[in-house]
Ligand binder design. Structure first.
Ligand SMILES: *Cc1c(COP(=O)(O)O)cnc(C)c1O
Length: 443
């Protein structure tokens, strides 16, 4: 056990982690999971309140998901989909099209959310090329997050993560982050601020004919600290991209598979984008898999004789992996069998009620929620909104404290994120919320 801790610090470079600090601290090393609980190598139990970075849906070690994997494993673990096919990848593509917004009829697989976005970028760019139009510019939002590969970073707008690489990126035109813009100018999300943002977008679209696509997250900017959009903003963007003949990329990597209360957020605004990027919850949190869904119109632009070179020169070794697709199919079956979305609705309401209590806390500056996604922003001074100095890692310390009472959280800076597995019970939710309240209260 001590050896594992030692070797972890000796050999393993962790993502998004300052290793100097990590190596000075005691870290959790998980060994097994059961439902919403994770157990570490010391036998301690924690509620996984961030769904293992927003991907777990029906809990860990789910018998049905396990069985789907074992069944597939006994057939074959992986076969290439470059020019050949496999059974679970076909069945999953069909199923995804059935549940996706109408108009999305084609599925292109990859392994992580960033790749799903990367593929949307390349498809959108080549779509115009194949149609004989030269277009190069993308419109995106400040504070956007689409993953960490360079194309996805180019569409991103979080300086802290993305600033370092700016010389390597292609340029994109950035609209303000809707939440921050509305807060600053109107004090809240409202129709006026929505309209003002849409007017800004319209001005750009009107003046340029080289826009490849507009890209945005669905309904909420997750990684920026859970910043929701005004209702109807996504729909407004869809209408403008249609009006000015450009494409729309909607990133549902975080919001997909029930997180906002419906299978996809797009449903809530009756939006059907040209590209919908999926990842995270697609396998219920079991294996890396992502998908870029697109339309008949886009697909058809890539059809041609072999020598015309119109096809999409893109693929990964594990594209459409058999095991990942098998467990993703089972994930969707469990949604139906366990009536996950129906049972989620009272939990969303419960979360809403309980989040109100957090406003009373001295160091809480803002509380935000969309469906089952929530963020609680910590501030040094509630009146002025002054933040804690970045180097103090206040959010991290609160998360660390929650471990004392068996809750595992990972904040985004000083925003405490709640992204509980959809299957969590009201009692377990209460334990998470009580613990977080206590930990923030102890600041
Ligand atoms: C997490 C996330 C991504 C990136 O997904 P990875 O699987 O981490 O590459 C992209 N977009 C959004 C909205 C995300 O939350």
């Amino acid at each position: 056990m001590e050896k594992l801790e030692l070797w972890d610090k000796e050999y393993f470079w962790h993502p998004f982690t300052q290793m100097k600090v990590y190596r000075e601290e005691e870290n959790l090393i998980f060994e097994r999971g059961e439902g919403v609980y994770l157990y570490d190598i010391k036998g301690r139990r924690f509620i996984d309140a961030i769904s293992s970075l927003w991907c777990n849906v029906h809990g860990h070690n789910h018998p049905k998901l396990n069985k789907a994997l074992i069944d597939q494993l006994q057939k074959v673990a992986h076969t290439t989909t470059l020019g050949s096919s496999n059974v679970p990848a076909i069945l999953l593509a069909k199923r995804l099209v059935e549940i996706a917004p109408k108009g999305l009829t084609k599925v292109f697989y990859s392994e992580d959310g960033a790749e799903a976005v990367e593929i949307a970028i390349k498809l959108a760019y080549q779509y115009w090329g194949n149609k004989g139009e030269k277009r190069k510019a993308f419109i995106t939002l400040s504070e956007a997050y689409h993953g960490d590969t360079l194309g996805a970073v180019s569409l991103g707008g979080i300086d802290l993560f993305h600033g370092t690489y700016k010389d390597l990126l292609f340029e994109s035109i950035k609209l303000p982050s809707p939440y921050l813009f509305c807060k600053e100018k109107y004090g809240r999300l409202c129709d006026e601020c929505k309209q003002e943002l849409l007017n800004m977008l319209e001005e750009i679209l009107k003046s340029r004919e080289d826009i490849v696509a507009v890209s945005l997250e669905a309904g909420i900017q997750g990684a920026a600290g859970m910043l929701p959009f005004p209702r109807g903003f996504l729909r407004g963007v869809r209408e403008l991209t249609r009006k000015y003949n450009t494409l729309l990329i909607v990133d549902e990597v975080a919001t997909g598979f029930g997180r906002t209360g419906t299978m996809f957020y797009c449903e809530q605004e009756e939006v059907s984008p040209d590209f919908m990027c999926l990842g995270k919850g697609i396998t219920g949190g079991y294996l890396p898999l992502a998908a870029t869904l697109t339309t008949e119109e886009v697909f058809n632009a890539f059809l041609g004789e072999f020598g015309e070179l119109k096809h999409f020169y893109h693929g990964h070794t594990y594209t459409g992996n058999n095991l990942a697709c098998a467990v993703a199919l089972a994930n969707l079956e469990v949604f139906e069998e366990e009536r996950t979305l129906e049972k989620l609705q009272p939990k969303i309401e419960h979360l809403r009620k309980r989040l109100e209590e957090f406003w009373e806390l001295k160091h809480v500056g803002d509380v935000r929620q969309l469906g089952f996604m929530a963020g609680i922003e910590l501030v040094k001074d509630k009146k002025t909104g002054e933040r804690f100095p970045y180097g103090e890692r206040t959010g991290f310390k609160v998360g660390y404290k929650c471990r004392e009472r068996g809750v595992f959280l990972r904040p985004l800076g000083d925003v405490m994120v709640l992204m509980m597995p959809l299957v969590i019970s009201i009692e377990e939710m209460d334990h998470v919320l009580d613990t977080l309240k206590w930990a923030i209260g102890s600041l």
